[in-house]
Write a protein that binds this ligand. Structure first.
Ligand code: NAD
Ligand code: TYD
Length: 339
């Protein structure tokens, strides 16, 4: 079996590559990634020595390159992680989100049709369901909910999902979609909540909590997401959407306090800053379908996962210190200095 993983030099894609090389040592895995600010070849170091792994630098919107790659490699399965993934950046500059997340998906699906790929799996997000109120803990995202989007990021992901379903219905492309809640774990770029707060706490710098910090996210350890995608590409039903989440809802303030406790730093580092525009209140997944149909359940509890994640950032300082020494400083200044 030959699997194309797009966006595999990023956070979840790289973890998925490690998972697949370990779980299916006879599979060939090719990563296509154009290495944007958050794609990192250092992350793929552990895979580069594996004969069953190959890295190709390229943009998913580059039709010529993508078609040539598909012609040469004859992929059985495509798993599309490649995306612009940060909500705050999408609020600053939506254009690239539309290009990569929508048009990139189109190019990959056109190539999948042309070269008879057996499964096109789209890695989606729960953010396409919009948000849930804070005072209705009985409500959860289910696969049949209408799509609605709060940010240019979630709108681009919702558009891609609609396009994927349209390619299935119109052309019979064998697709599946997964919609996962917030991930955390090793190799996450320190612009997202958990790694950003770990990094700041370790440096005794302020921890910038947006608004009141009451917004709720449903956290899933990244390896559990990888396991779910592996199950879907093997046993998921073509044309179906699967929500992925482990009933792990936490307010942002709770997450930040947990991090501070674990690294032994004072809560006085918490600094409330201006809220995100259009800030979604609560995400919460109902994972009943993937559990009932594929037997998926998460393995890692939040307390264990967050401990392992913090330990990983402590043990791999050079990985993130290199990142924050470059253009990241400019980004941080722009996003947080006058907030
Ligand atoms: P990430 O930002 O860490 O990585 C994205 C990767 O895609 C990077 O390696 C980047 O270089 C690559 N990329 C970007 N544009 C590209 C292009 N035009 N051509 C080729 N490669 C390109 O993202 P992530 O957090 O790992 O998210 C991966 C996927 O999972 C995304 O589709 C995202 O929407 C989805 N998702 C993420 C989460 C989360 O919590 N992080 C939750 C649910 C779904
Ligand atoms: P984030 O990691 O950007 O993921 P998403 O927006 O996709 O859920 O943010 C998670 C939550 O943390 C979200 O409610 C916004 C909040 N947040 C902060 O309060 N401060 C920050 O510096 C960041 C990056 C996020």
């Amino acid at each position: 079996m030959k699997v194309l993983v797009t966006g595999g030099a990023g956070f979840i894609g790289s973890n998925f590559i490690f998972y697949m090389l370990d779980k299916h040592p006879d599979y060939d895995v090719v990563c296509l990634d154009c290495l944007t600010y958050c794609g990192n070849m250092k992350t793929l170091d552990p895979a580069m020595a594996n004969d069953h792994f190959k890295f190709v630098k390229g943009d998913v919107t580059d039709r010529e390159l993508v078609f040539k790659l598909f012609e040469e490699e004859k992929f059985d399965v495509v798993v599309n992680f490649a995306a612009e993934s940060h909500v705050d950046r999408s609020i600053e500059d939506p254009g690239v989100f539309l290009r990569t997340n929508i048009l990139g998906t189109q190019v990959l699906m056109d190539a999948s049709r042309e070269y008879g790929v057996g499964r096109f799996h789209q890695v989606g997000t729960d953010e396409v369901y919009g948000d849930l109120p804070l005072d209705r803990p009985d409500l959860f995202f289910t696969e049949d909910m209408p799509l609605t989007a709060s940010s240019p990021y979630s709108a681009s992901k919702a558009s891609a999902d609609l396009l994927v379903m349209a390619y299935h219905r119109t052309y019979g492309l064998p697709v599946t979609i997964s919609r996962c809640s917030n991930n955390y774990g090793p190799y996450q770029f320190p612009e997202k909540l958990i790694p950003l707060m770990i990094k700041n706490a370790l440096a005794d710098e302020p921890l910038p909590v947006y608004g009141t910090g009451e917004n709720v996210r449903d956290w899933l350890y990244v390896e559990d997401h990888c396991k779910a995608i592996d199950m879907i590409i093997h046993d998921g039903k073509v044309g179906e959407v699967y929500n992925i989440g482990g009933h792990n809802e936490k307010s942002n303030l709770d997450v930040v306090k947990t991090i501070l406790r674990q690294v032994g730093k004072p809560e006085s580092l918490i600094t409330f800053v201006g809220d995100r525009k259009g800030h979604d209140l609560r995400y919460a997944i109902d994972p009943a379908k993937i559990h009932a149909e594929l037997g998926w359940l998460p393995d890692t509890k939040f307390d264990d996962g967050i401990r392992q994640t913090i330990q990983w950032y402590l043990d791999n300082r050079s990985w993130w210190e290199e990142i924050i020494s470059g253009e990241y400083q400019e980004y941080y200044e722009k996003m947080y200095s006058n907030r």
